[in-house]
Design a protein around this ligand. Structure first.
Ligand code: TPP
Length: 287
């Protein structure tokens, strides 16, 4: 169990990530807030408790790797990287601007510290994660772990299952795939568009060790990440039950908030719901 101090610290970080996502996408005028909100707690507990990393030394060779396979949710990733100290906070407000290191999907060639691979074409992140985990385990004798975050809509992509099959085949127990199970994708509910269920049974059948977690509950996520470290001989998937748009009343469970920015009125409403002053929305924004 996490103690009250930890819970308070992590909740505060997740609240700031949500605020940063709203501020970034509002000032960009575009982006993906819904699927960013659903992974705020996952990223918080990962970066602030479980990950072996050195933000001031982003290429430290013994670091764990994080690959955001659902790359469109990068506003949340950019927020947690800034929070961890990988790059200056003010740069966040350049999201999607010409020449920015914060592209609309993570772009390795732009050089933002903490970005390990370019993602956004769904299915490719997990495939790269499997390759890196395989290399660490069997070739490089490097004991670092690889964490990758997928969407439940993303697992409708066929390439994902080839990657899952390879990870099971090669017993990649240094690989943890977190599936953000918010039940929505771009066009509606995954069960309507292309049913992915039962995810737990499918992962088992692919020789993975599945763990179900409450994706907005730090204790549940923490237990899942702890348990994942104990599993030997199989890759682990954490099926995190989440809510798309979590924390913003008008975004929760609404597919329409997959890929659009809030207008000014709605951005202010979100900022206030998150407990920030309205003025915070425009603070430090270059004119
Ligand atoms: C290969 C591929 N096909 C389609 C898309 C377009 N696309 C972007 S996000 C998305 C929905 C993804 O849903 P999910 O993975 O559940 O993400 P979340 O709802 O958590 O944001 C789609 C279809 C894409 N980026 N890549």
């Amino acid at each position: 169990m996490l103690d009250d101090n930890d819970l308070q610290k992590y909740s505060e970080i997740a609240r700031r990530i949500r605020f940063d996502v709203i501020k970034m996408t509002y000032h960009a005028g575009s982006g993906h807030p819904g699927g960013s909100m659903s992974i705020a707690e996952i990223l918080t507990i990962l970066y602030f408790k479980h990950l072996a990393h050195r933000p001031s030394e982003p290429h430290w060779e013994n670091r764990d790797r994080v690959i955001l396979s659902k790359g469109h949710a990068c506003p949340a990733l950019y927020a947690v990287l800034a929070e961890a100290g990988y790059y200056p906070r003010d740069e966040m407000w350049t999201l999607r601007k010409f020449g920015s290191r914060l592209q609309g999907h993570p772009a390795l060639d732009k050089g933002l510290p903490g970005i390990e691979v370019s993602t956004g074409s769904l299915g490719q992140g997990i495939s790269i994660a499997v390759g890196i985990a395989l290399s660490f385990k069997h070739l490089d004798n490097n004991h670092r772990r690889v964490y990758t975050i997928l969407g439940d809509g993303e697992i409708e992509e066929g390439q994902v299952w080839e990657a899952f099959m390879a990870a099971g085949h090669y017993h990649l127990d240094n690989l943890v795939a977190i599936i953000d199970n918010n039940d929505l994708q771009i066009d509606g509910f995954v069960s309507d568009v292309m049913n992915v269920h039962p995810i737990f049974d499918k992962m088992k059948a692919f020789n993975w060790y599945p763990i179900v977690a409450e994706g907005h509950d730090f204790n549940s996520l923490n237990n899942a990440f702890e348990q994942a470290k104990q599993v030997k001989g199989m890759p682990v998937t954490i099926i995190a039950k989440t809510v798309k748009g979590k924390g913003i009343s008008y975004m929760e469970n609404v597919a329409g908030w997959h890929g659009k920015a809030p207008n000014r009125e709605l951005a202010i409403k979100a900022v206030e719901e998150l407990g920030f002053p309205q003025s915070a929305l425009d603070k430090d924004i270059a004119k």
